[in-house]
Design a protein around this ligand. Structure first.
Ligand SMILES: Nc1ncnc2c1ncn2[C@@H]1O[C@H](COP(=O)(O)OP(=O)(O)OP(=O)(O)O)[C@@H](O)[C@H]1O
Ligand SMILES: O=C(O)c1ccc[n+]([C@@H]2O[C@H](COP(=O)([O-])O)[C@@H](O)[C@H]2O)c1
Length: 192
């Protein structure tokens, strides 16, 4: 049996908040692996700004050579909204001996009451919540809470900074920034 952390997200683009929460969960919960699961259609927000192919490429680069970080594209091959309930059911079916931990930021912990089939979902998977500035970790649901350093970083903030031609150095991995510049993602001027 393996202990596997799951980090679902839009990753539009991936940033150090994603990587540090995955690393923290890996270390604190003694996980064997963390699987990053890019969503096709996020259930509760607008579609991603860039294509699934570009998000996948950025994620691969962000993870780099860390051998316990993997990408699982299960939601990209499924049509319709990327509900976690459907994803967990499929993962449990194909990996019956493994134990899954779904890692979420405090914004998503607050939002848990609105998740699709949440009462069934909490019976299927162990949620793990990490701090995020401006959000609470109080929840009536069974969530393992990790006392991590809160990083006030979001993909929205990165996109806005890129659009304004402001620096995002140290907020995302250097190689991800190079790819964003090379492909002209997020509409920033190429001179930055
Ligand atoms: N800085 C952060 N601290 C804690 N959790 C985070 C942070 N950034 C993202 N997360 C969590 O990572 C998961 C995936 O997030 P997502 O890819 O949507 O990033 P985001 O920064 O929230 O994006 P956006 O700004 O586009 O909404 C979610 O569970 C989210 O709560
Ligand atoms: O299944 C749901 O109803 C649901 C509602 C909100 C968020 N999620 C999942 O939580 C993860 C983080 O969401 P997001 O929108 O911050 O990328 C991602 O895997 C989403 O599919 C899932």
């Amino acid at each position: 049996m393996k202990k596997i952390g799951l980090l679902g997200g839009t990753f539009d683009p991936p940033h150090i908040g994603h990587l540090t929460m995955a690393e923290e969960a890996y270390e604190r919960l003694k996980l064997d692996e963390v699987w990053f699961i890019p969503s096709a259609e996020p259930p509760h927000k607008d579609k991603a700004r860039v294509s699934a192919t570009d998000r996948l490429m950025m994620l691969k680069i962000a993870i780099g050579s860390v051998d316990y970080f993997k990408i699982n594209p299960i939601e990209l091959t499924r049509k319709g909204k990327s509900y976690t309930y459907d994803t967990i059911q499929a993962l449990k079916e194909s990996n019956p001996d493994d134990e899954f931990y779904f890692i979420i930021g405090a914004d998503m912990v607050e939002y848990l009451p609105h998740w699709f089939k949440i009462d069934q979902l909490v019976e299927l998977v162990q949620f793990v919540g990490v701090k995020r500035p401006d959000y609470q970790l109080d929840t009536p649901y069974p969530v393992i809470l990790l006392d991590t350093p809160g990083l006030d970083i979001s993909s929205t903030m990165i996109r806005e900074r890129l659009e304004m031609n402001r620096s995002v150095r140290y907020l995302i991995p250097d190689q991800v920034l190079s790819l964003i510049k090379e492909k002209g993602l997020y509409g920033q001027r190429t001179s930055t």
